[in-house]
Write a protein that binds this ligand. Structure first.
Ligand code: F6P
Length: 501
């Protein structure tokens, strides 16, 4: 959907709502770099997807202010107009304590809910104190939303304007308990949540000691969105199993304690037109030119290039991918000296032991594989773990012969969609895990089970040697699918579904 069409439709249909979007992660953090303050864009899928939406909706976005200079640049209420120069929406920052972060973010959200929902054989570490803190932080977010609603109601009352309908759109697994507190304050606040990560099957979910509280918190929402229908079904089954709530399978709704919640799939997407144009821009052409003349990241020369961009997380299948690359080079010695794989990424959640161990494991494996095949002027695997500008990633997307996206389990995975929109020369092919939500739409990619090393290696080989015609046929088909459901369609579909409730 074109940006302008989105804006018009939203104005026409949802012109009289006060929309508050709420997430843990803020879209832009202000950080001290020496004595200067720098605005740093967050890199996660959630913030990248929602930022263009908020720039067009002009609403309020409430999030945790984690940047070292966030307090200094915000007003007394934690508010700042963003992005700089455009000032199209308001970010209202909530400041959390170190203890909140340890117990709520590193603790319950990322040591319990993250592994539980991703089903990737990293055991959730349950800890009831962390849940108490998770709950408290959810209440803090709810208090901040309520304060915002009161302010907006008063401002409209003072102007003599009609009071707008208050609509809250919570984001992700950090905020499962928030709606409950909003509804306790005022049951007329329209409350919704989009769950960006998978929802596990009922057997996996049943081991969680706080399962009832999580379900009850979520069912306070009027609408719950998941990425794909399978996650909706898992959630509905959990409601039947655990709460014996009344589930209506005909219209995908749950009635619990007299309140009805709709549960629907909304596959998240990217700003397709923007990416497609940016990938073809002069800026990206120049970067490609520089890379071809003097690549500052990839030292060994190559004939075939494979690329991945992942946040360094144990759900992303990085170990399985490296193992498949090792197998590819074993099975095809003719590629030795000619094939290079670059793993881009940034470190993530490094205060959690499972992540520290994972980072060590990746480094160890990369060293071993490089040592196994290394010659005097070539080695197969390059890692680059610093954040780069989007334009640089797009340049490598255009240059590579295969892009590998191989999570063990992923709600959607927006990198795969970003890549498809930027493969403007049809030079490369996407190798995509069947266990990423994106595989339900991107079925023309080469789909892999990342646990099946032999097959995974074969698919990489097939991607490298696929004809240009075949690549063009598959990639353009996937580009059309993304164009049909881009980030504006996603937001529009969610908000209109909420509006119709
Ligand atoms: O959906 C999961 C998600 O919120 C993604 O948007 C993002 O990739 C990741 O988690 C970000 O995690 P964090 O905010 O912990 O860095």
């Amino acid at each position: 959907m074109e940006k302008e069409r989105f804006n018009n439709l939203i104005k026409e249909k949802l012109g009289n709502i006060n929309l508050i979007v709420v997430s843990n992660r803020e879209p832009i953090a202000h950080e001290y770099v020496g004595k200067k303050i720098k605005a740093v864009k967050s890199i996660g899928g959630l913030t990248i997807a929602l930022e263009p939406i908020m720039r067009n909706l002009h609403g309020t976005w409430i999030a945790y202010g984690g940047g070292s200079a966030d307090k200094v640049v915000s007003d007394g209420n934690g508010k700042i107009k963003l992005p700089e120069g455009e000032e199209s929406y308001t970010l209202k920052r909530i400041f959390l304590t170190k203890n909140d972060l340890n117990e709520y973010y590193y603790g319950y959200a990322n040591s319990v809910l993250w592994p539980l929902c991703h089903t990737v054989y990293v055991k959730p570490v349950f800890n009831s104190n962390q849940f108490l803190s998770y709950n408290e932080v959810n209440k803090k977010f709810a208090d901040s939303i309520i304060e915002e609603i009161k302010e907006s109601n008063n401002a409209n009352g003072d102007n003599g304007a009609a009071v707008l309908e208050n609509v809250v759109w919570l984001q992700d697994y950090h905020l499962a308990r928030c709606a409950k507190y909003l509804k306790e304050y005022d049951e007329n606040i329209k409350t919704s949540i989009f769950w960006h990560i998978p929802w596990p099957n009922p057997e996996i979910f049943s081991v969680c000691p706080e399962k009832m509280k999580l379900l009850e918190g979520l069912l306070a929402n009027d609408l719950i969105g998941f990425q794909i229908i399978y996650h909706c079904q898992n959630f509905l089954r959990a409601c039947e199993w655990e709460l014996e709530a009344q589930v209506n399978w005909a219209d995908y709704s749950v009635t619990y304690k007299g309140h009805k919640t709709k549960v629907m799939p909304f596959p998240i997407s990217v700003d397709a037109n923007y990416l497609n144009h940016l990938a073809k821009s002069e800026d990206v052409d120049k970067i490609i030119d520089n890379i071809q003349k003097n690549d500052e990241i990839i030292e060994p020369s190559y004939e075939f290039l494979a690329v991945s961009v992942d946040r360094l997380d144990y759900t992303k299948g990085i170990i399985e991918k490296l193992t498949a690359i090792d197998r590819l080079l074993e099975n095809h010695p003719e590629l030795q000296g000619k094939f290079v794989f670059v793993q881009f990424g940034v470190l993530s959640r490094v205060h959690i032991d499972a992540y520290k161990k994972f980072n060590d494991d990746i480094s160890g494996l990369i060293n071993n594989i490089n040592w196994k095949y290394r010659t005097s002027d070539w080695y197969p695997i390059v890692r680059y773990f610093k954040q780069l500008d989007l334009e640089v990633y797009l340049a490598y997307y255009r240059l590579c012969n295969v892009m590998i996206v191989s999570p063990l389990h992923d709600g959607m995975n927006l990198v795969s969609k970003e890549y498809i929109m930027s493969d403007t020369d049809y030079n490369g092919m996407l190798i995509l895990s069947r266990f990423a939500g994106a595989s339900k739409e991107m079925y023309d990619a080469l789909l892999v089970n990342p646990f099946d090393t032999e097959c995974f290696a074969k698919k990489i080989y097939n991607g490298l040697f696929m004809s240009r015609e075949e690549k063009e046929r598959r990639i353009s088909k996937m580009q059309n699918i993304i164009m049909e459901n881009d980030i504006y369609d996603w937001a529009y579909n969610f908000l209109t579904a909420l509006y119709l409730i």
